[in-house]
Ligand binder design. Structure first.
Ligand SMILES: Nc1ncnc2c1ncn2[C@@H]1O[C@H](COP(=O)(O)OP(=O)(O)O)[C@@H](O)[C@H]1O
Ligand SMILES: [Mg+2]
Length: 507
C-alpha cells in the first residue's frame, strides 16, 4: 500500500476571484475545509456565498484562482466534473422533476443509464442501503410533488450520495423547513459527517452555525473575513464579523401595555386565486400597545390573511372590524385613509416600484395626500423634501432621494417601505416578513422601530416565518397551520412547542 497523506483537506480554494460586471462577488478567496467536518459559511445576503459554492460546483467559472480536492488540483468546469470529483450540491431551489418518483429522480441523468431493466432494481437496492446507512428514509415510489419539502430535500441529498458524493454542499437548506424538519436535517448531516463525509453548509442563520458546524468562515462583501472553530467563537462575534460593526442581537423591550381593541377579525375565511380555502374561520383581536405575532411555516394561510386585512384580497366570509367599525371588503386606499399602515411581505411586488426614484416610493400609496400634490399632479419637490427627512431618520443609504429604487440594497429598500409606513403614524401597522432578505444591521433597526410603534400605543400585527423574530418581538403569539389559528402562546413558549404546533402536531 502506498502511503496516502491522510491530512489532505477535502477542499482548498485558492485565490478565487469572480466579477459579475461591476459586482465583485468573490475577492481573492482562500478557504480550506477539513475532511470529515461540517464547515459553515455565513454572511449576509449578497456576501458572495452562493457564488463561491457555485464555482466549486462548476456552475460558474472563476475569473482567477484554483481548486484542490483531496490535495489534487482539480478543474471543475461543469457539474459533471464536480460529480466526478465527488462533490454534490443541494440547491436552494430544488432541482427535482416534480411528477417523477423518488427513485426516478435519484437515478435520473446518472451515467450508464440505470433506467433500463436490471438497472432499476439495482438502483432500488442501492437507494435502500443509502437510506439505512444515513437515516434518510423516504418511499422510493412516492411522487416528488406529493412529498413535503423536508422530504424533497432528503431526495436531493440521496441523489448526491447515489452519485458518490464525498463532499456535500448545502445552500441555505433550512429556509423552507419547519424547526423539526431542520433538526432532523442536522441529525442527518451529523451522521454523514461521522461517516467521513465533508459538508459545507451555507446559511445566514447564526443559530444553525452554532448548533452543528465544526468550523465557520464568515464572508462580507465578497471577502472571506475570518475562519473560526465553532467552539471558540460566539454569535456576537460572528454577527460583528458579518456586519462589520457591533450589533444588538436581542430586542430590548419592556412589558406591553395593551389597551383598546384596534383590529378584530371574526370568523374570517379567505380563498386564494385558485379558489382554495387558505384562511379558515379565523378570529382574533389586536389591541393598541401590543405586538401580536403570527407564527407558521410559509404557505399556511398567513399571506392570504394579511391580504384580506389590508384590502388586497376580498374574504369569502367573516368580518374585519377597525376600531369596532366594519371594514370588510374595503380597498387598500380606504383602509390607509382610516389609519392602517402596511409593510407588505413582498416589497418588490407590493411595496415598491423599483423603476421609480426613491422619493416617489417614499410616498407611494399616500401620493394623493394634499401635502404631496397640487391637484392631480405629484409635487416632486414636496416629495423630495419629505424623502430627505426619512432618509436621515432611517439611515437609508445611499442618501440620495433621486436615485432609482432598484439601485438600493434589499435592506435599504425595506427601510424605504418601513419609513413610509411608520412615518404616517398609523393606528394599526400590519407587517409581513419585515426582515426577509435584509442584513443584520437593518434587522436590528427595523425591530427597534416596530417596538417603538408598540410603545407609542399603536397596534402591531406581525407575520413572519422566522420564529426567532416572532418570539423576540411579539407580546402574544398565534400559530397558523393549514389555514387555522391552532393556538395562542406567550412569547416565552419554547421553540419546540411552537415548532410542533407549526407542523400541525400538537395544539
Ligand atoms: N448571475 C449573476 N449575475 C450578476 N450578479 C450576480 C449573479 N449572481 C450573484 N450576483 C451578485 O453577486 C453578489 C453575491 O451574490 P451571492 O453569491 O448570491 O450572495 P449570497 O449567496 O451570499 O447571498 C450579489 O451582489 C449578487 O447580486
Ligand atoms: Mg445565496
Amino acid at each position: 500500500m502506498s502511503p496516502t497523506p491522510t491530512a489532505a483537506p477535502a477542499i482548498e480554494l485558492i485565490g478565487i476571484d469572480k466579477k459579475f460586471g461591476a459586482v465583485h462577488a468573490n475577492k481573492n478567496i482562500n478557504l480550506t475545509v477539513a475532511k470529515g467536518s461540517i464547515h459553515g459559511i455565513i454572511g449576509e445576503n449578497g456576501a458572495g456565498k452562493s457564488t463561491l459554492m457555485s464555482i466549486l460546483y462548476g456552475f460558474y467559472h472563476a475569473d482567477a484562482g484554483s481548486i484542490r480536492i483531496n490535495g489534487e488540483t482539480t478543474v471543475i468546469d461543469d457539474s459533471q466534473a464536480a460529480i466526478t470529483a465527488g462533490i454534490g450540491m443541494v440547491h436552494q431551489h430544488f432541482m427535482l422533476v416534480e411528477n417523477f418518483s423518488v427513485l426516478e429522480n435519484v437515478i435520473l441523468g446518472v451515467e450508464g443509464g440505470a433506467l433500463l431493466g436490471g438497472g432499476v432494481s439495482e438502483a432500488r437496492s442501492a437507494l435502500k442501503r443509502l437510506e439505512a446507512d444515513y437515516g434518510l428514509e423516504v418511499d422510493p415510489d412516492a411522487i416528488i410533488e406529493e412529498l413535503p419539502v423536508g422530504l424533497q430535500q432528503r431526495v436531493e441529498i440521496l441523489k448526491a450520495l447515489y452519485r458518490g458524493a464525498e463532499i456535500l454542499i448545502l445552500d441555505e437548506p433550512t429556509g423552507v423547513l419547519t424547526p423539526a424538519e431542520a433538526d432532523h436535517l442536522f441529525k442527518i448531516l451529523g451522521v454523514l459527517r461521522d461517516q467521513g463525509k465533508t459538508i459545507v453548509l451555507i446559511t445566514h442563520k447564526l443559530r444553525e452555525i452554532m448548533a452543528i458546524t465544526d468550523t465557520v468562515s464568515v464572508m462580507r462583501r465578497g471577502e472571506m473575513v475570518a475562519t473560526r472553530r465553532t467552539t471558540e467563537t460566539t454569535v456576537e462575534e460572528l454577527a460583528e464579523l458579518m456586519v462589520g460593526r457591533r450589533v444588538l442581537l436581542h430586542v430590548e423591550k419592556g412589558p406591553a401595555a395593551p389597551s383598546d381593541i384596534v383590529l378584530s377579525v371574526r370568523n374570517l375565511t379567505v380563498k386564494d386565486g385558485r379558489g382554495v380555502t387558505m384562511v379558515d374561520n379565523v378570529s382574533f383581536d389586536v389591541r393598541a400597545g401590543e405586538v401580536v405575532g403570527i407564527a407558521g411555516v410559509a404557505g399556511n394561510g398567513q399571506s392570504e390573511l394579511l391580504e384580506a386585512i389590508t384590502g388586497i384580497r376580498k374574504p369569502t366570509s367573516g368580518e374585519i372590524l377597525f376600531h369596532g367599525k366594519p371594514v370588510t371588503g374595503f380597498d387598500s386606499a380606504r383602509l390607509r385613509a382610516l389609519g392602517l399602515g402596511h409593510i407588505p411581505e413582498d416589497r418588490h411586488h407590493m411595496g415598491l416600484v423599483l423603476g421609480f426614484e426613491e422619493s416617489e416610493n417614499s410616498v407611494l400609496g399616500y401620493h394623493r395626500d394634499a401635502r404631496y400634490g397640487r391637484g392631480p399632479l405629484l409635487d416632486l419637490d414636496a416629495c423630495r423634501e419629505d424623502a430627505k427627512t426619512k432618509i436621515e431618520k432611517y439611515d437609508i443609504r445611499p442618501p440620495n432621494c433621486r436615485l432609482k429604487t432598484a439601485n438600493f440594497s434589499g435592506g435599504n429598500q425595506q427601510k424605504i417601505v418601513v419609513a413610509r409606513e411608520i412615518e404616517r403614524d398609523p393606528a394599526l401597522l400590519v407587517v409581513g416578513q419585515p426582515t426577509r432578505g435584509v442584513d443584520i444591521g437593518a434587522i436590528e433597526f427595523i425591530h427597534r422601530r416596530l417596538i417603538a410603534m408598540r410603545d407609542a400605543g399603536k397596534a402591531v400585527l406581525l407575520v413572519s416565518v422566522e420564529l426567532d423574530e416572532i418570539r423576540s418581538l411579539s407580546d402574544r403569539i398565534l400559530v397558523m397551520f393549514a389555514g387555522h389559528v391552532v393556538g395562542e402562546k406567550t412569547p416565552d413558549t419554547g421553540e419546540q412547542t411552537l415548532g410542533l404546533m407549526m407542523a400541525g402536531i400538537a395544539a
